[in-house]
Design a protein around this ligand. Structure first.
Ligand SMILES: C[S@@+](CC[C@H](N)C(=O)[O-])C[C@H]1O[C@@H](n2cnc3c(N)ncnc32)[C@H](O)[C@@H]1O
Length: 289
């Protein structure tokens, strides 16, 4: 069982502001997708007790909302870092003994251990894209599938950050600074196997799931998401890139006036008719009974 802190490898800051950001992101994501659990997963409609796992759960907001919506659900959240887990006392107060969190690497050899094997009706994963690469994708899928009971469902929502690009709905909109930020973001992700998200359905079939359904959502059609994402690009990203530029090998990002780029990007972001196109996949598959 891993209790490591991933803050060295995870490119976003680890403090309460990151928890707040993840929680705000969650609200915008659910607003844009319109569901917590994909409607093809029957578990959500059933009144019987069911068990749900949230892999790479971050602050656990998706899971605690599931626990609130489904008082008969037993919920387990796993993340490589326990830094953003809710306090145990709050969980006991709000959910009695129904919700638990555990530090666990989703890509660990040997998976989650015998105690969790074939225990879950639904395993959910969301936004693991920039944290794993290469063969880790295969292991993460296999480990998630091992958690499922026969007949259980895996729901995996993720995207390829390289697919993010600026679009505009009117002429002569200024976007040089935002372009620059997106360019550096993609450059930093270059070593990662980000396109692997598109391979997920194949990985799910190979891991033994059936009825795999993949839907591509144009999240930027949702105005709440559009606003949130542009704000993240222009406010969070410059600081992340500036920090990474100082840590890595010397390159084009060194010596940049990051405060200036951030100010210009925010100015550009305030214009009408400019946003970042974001496509995100929702993959759902079932373990045969
Ligand atoms: C972008 S956040 C998404 C959090 C949450 N799923 C959500 O949608 O709000 C990515 C999360 O993955 C976690 N993570 C990164 N690598 C991991 C790994 N190998 N195993 C488990 N969790 C991991 C990070 O600690 C972080 O909490």
């Amino acid at each position: 069982m891993s209790h490591t802190d991933s803050s060295d490898t995870y490119p976003l800051p680890r403090d309460t502001s990151e928890t707040d950001r993840l929680n705000e992101q969650h609200k915008c994501l659910v607003g844009a997708f319109g569901f917590h659990i994909h409607p093809s997963v029957p578990v959500a409609k059933e009144k019987r007790e069911f068990r749900v796992a949230d892999v790479a759960c971050g602050s656990g907001i998706w899971l605690t909302e599931i626990a609130t919506q489904y008082p008969h659900a037993q919920c387990d959240g796993f993340d490589i870092s326990n830094q953003q887990f809710p306090a145990a006392s709050d969980l006991t107060r709000d959910f009695n003994n129904r919700v638990h969190f555990l530090a666990q690497d989703a890509t660990a050899e040997g998976g989650y251990g015998k105690a969790f094997e074939a225990q879950f009706d639904l395993v959910a994963v969301r936004l693991l894209h920039i944290s794993i690469a290469g063969a880790q994708w295969t292991r993460a899928v296999q480990n998630a599938v091992a958690l499922l009971k026969p007949g259980g469902y895996l729901q995996w929502i993720d995207w390829d950050p390289h697919s993010a690009h600026l679009v505009q709905s009117r002429p002569l909109v200024k976007h040089a600074a935002i372009d620059q930020l997106l360019g550096f973001f993609k450059q930093f992700l270059g070593a990662l196997d980000t396109g692997a998200t598109a391979r997920l359905p194949e990985e799910m079939w190979t891991a033994g799931l059936v009825d795999v359904r993949s839907e591509l959502f144009a999240l930027d059609a949702d105005l709440g998401w559009r606003e949130y994402f542009l704000k993240t690009i222009t406010t969070v990203l410059p600081d992340v890139i500036a920090k990474r530029a100082g840590q890595g090998p010397r390159g084009a990002a060194d010596g940049m006036d990051w405060a200036g780029v951030k100010a210009t990007a925010q100015e550009e972001g305030r214009q009408e008719g400019l946003w970042v196109r974001t496509e995100m996949w929702c993959h759902v598959g079932r373990k045969p009974s």
